[in-house]
Design a protein around this ligand. Structure first.
Ligand code: 5GP
Ligand code: ZN
Length: 115
């Protein structure tokens, strides 16, 4: 499933280059263009689903272990002190790109990240 007008479909499938940290058959993890903190990454499924409600259970079940491995690795690499894993559904909840994604936001002692 693809949406021709969706930027994350193009990024996830490599049609638009991105700073990719990880890729497999189902997902791509990229650096966020407007990072909330150093190393802020986004996990995107390659198929287009607007939000968590639309995401098939099978993909949802695959996403968390991938996110977990990534934040474990990035914690080592970045030396961060904690992590927020955030996922917005709907404009009211702060969603601005309507292709499911998980924010992986490293936290550093004393940072001023507002979520
Ligand atoms: P949302 O507000 O939908 O939860 O998150 C969308 C995120 O996507 C924002 O953090 C924003 O900075 C990021 N973003 C929007 N457009 C692009 C883009 O073209 N490339 C990348 N890497 N990130 C983007
Ligand atoms: Zn999409």
């Amino acid at each position: 499933m693809r949406d021709e007008n969706c930027i994350f479909c193009k990024i996830a499938n490599g049609e638009i280059p991105s700073a990719t940290l990880y890729e497999d058959d189902d997902f791509r993890i990229i650096l966020d263009l407007g990072p909330a903190s150093k190393g802020h990454a986004l996990l995107l499924p390659k198929e287009h689903y607007e939000n968590l409600y639309m995401l098939p259970d099978e993909l949802a079940a695959k996403a968390l272990p991938v996110a977990k491995k990534m934040i474990t690795k990035l914690t080592e690499v970045l030396g961060c002190d904690g992590y927020n894993v955030v996922q917005n559904n709907g404009e009211t909840a702060g969603q601005t790109v309507f292709h499911f994604h998980m924010h992986l936001i490293p936290r550093y002692k004393g940072d001023q990240v507002g979520l």
